[in-house]
Design a protein around this ligand. Structure first.
Ligand code: SF4
Length: 365
């Protein structure tokens, strides 16, 4: 299997700081990386992080708030984000919207605080709404950084992201020809959460160079949900002679946006996000989500779907009953697992994943 060194977040932050860049700590899910990069700001995403002691955050949050937000707030209160200059909270769901309000109304951080309002559904009006929202953020960043990047600079950064999205899409399509374990593949894809575009792209190109004609002789599964934490979950799938052939995860595939059409940089960034893959937090229809999942199965040849849901994640749970029914009618097997990113994988989860993947393998033979 291919081994690729990935620097840690800490190393990337230190390097960015030494190059005079500002750091933006960005909470999930959708935001335009290119907008921040145009201001010489390095986005470092905060997906939890997992295995955080959330005691300090619990005083501020209701007990039914998901572990991603609990960890995200605890991480801040433990002063782990003091290195950042900016904190950005997209209003992806009610819990993240609540986190944004806690920052604004109770914590009042010394950082520049940016909130991002995201529209739901794909249509022209929502592209216009988001485009205006991005102009507002551009103005805020201009005041904070003391300069305003040109449209040419914005377009240059947009095109870099579009090119990367194209390569990532290609890698997904040849996943079974890549000599990488599930964990290895996703460790690289997820390094986009903090690497510079050039460094991330060079890793993708290195993988492309090592694509082979031979195929992984394993049974594929589609992995759906917010994020694959703890990442050991992939080892369990691989141990069963299966692999994650495709995903529908918020941290990965749901943010592989297509190219925009507009020559206006704000409209183009908005088009990319609004018209991207369906996502529960973007309120896309049941039919669109079902069609997308079905297409992932068809493209990858995967034999079933694992929905790996963060406990109390309402947007994800809202879709399940109908999606499960539609998938079942289409003959697609699925499994729903509930997880807490701060807890080790339970024995019950291990048993259920093993039983599900074993059934998929037996059906394939
Ligand atoms: S896990 Fe769900 S509820 Fe929690 S922040 Fe993410 S989308 Fe929101």
């Amino acid at each position: 299997m291919l081994h690729i060194d990935i620097p840690s977040r800490k190393e990337v932050i230190e390097k960015a700081k030494s190059e005079g860049k500002k750091i933006a700590a960005i909470y999930p899910i959708h935001y335009p990386r290119e907008l921040f990069r145009s201001f010489n700001i390095q986005p470092i995403e905060v997906w939890g992080p997992p295995k955080t002691d959330t005691k300090k955050a619990n005083a501020h949050l209701q007990s039914y708030i998901c572990s991603v937000v609990q960890s995200g707030l605890a991480f801040y209160l433990e002063k782990q984000l003091d290195i950042a200059d900016i904190i950005a909270v997209p209003h992806s769901c009610d819990s993240l919207q609540g986190l944004g309000s806690i920052f604004k109304d109770f914590i009042n951080p010394k950082h520049e605080l940016i909130t991002i309002y995201l529209p739901r559904e794909k249509n022209k009006e929502n592209v216009e709404f988001l485009s205006n929202e991005l102009k507002r953020i551009y103005k805020q960043l201009s005041e904070f950084c003391g300069f305003s990047p040109s449209s040419e600079k914005l377009m240059e950064e947009i095109k870099k992201e579009e090119e990367i999205d194209e390569i990532v899409d290609k890698l997904y399509r040849i996943r079974e020809n890549l000599p990488l374990s599930s964990r290895g593949f996703y460790a690289i894809l997820r390094s986009r959460e903090y690497l510079s575009p050039d460094e991330f792209k060079s890793k993708l190109e290195y993988i492309l160079l090592h694509a082979s004609k031979g195929r992984l002789k394993k049974t594929g599964v589609v992995f759906s949900g917010l994020l694959p934490e703890p990442m050991e979950i992939f080892d369990i799938i691989d141990e069963m002679d299966c692999f994650v052939a495709m995903d529908d995860m918020a941290c990965c595939m749901r943010r592989v946006y297509g190219k925009g059409n507009s020559d206006d940089p704000f409209e183009r960034m908005a088009e990319r996000i609004v018209n991207g893959p369906p996502d529960p937090t973007k309120g896309n229809s049941f039919n669109e989500r079902f069609g997308f999942l079905k297409s992932l199965i068809e493209i990858s040849g995967a034999k079933g779907i694992v929905f790996y849901n963060v406990k109390f994640c309402e947007p994800e749970y809202f879709y399940h009953p109908i999606l499960k029914e539609k998938l079942s009618k289409a003959g697609i097997k699925s499994l729903i697992i509930e997880t807490d990113i701060n807890e080790p994988i339970s024995q019950q989860t291990i048993t259920r994943i093993k039983a599900f993947t074993e059934m998929l393998r037996e059906n394939e033979q």
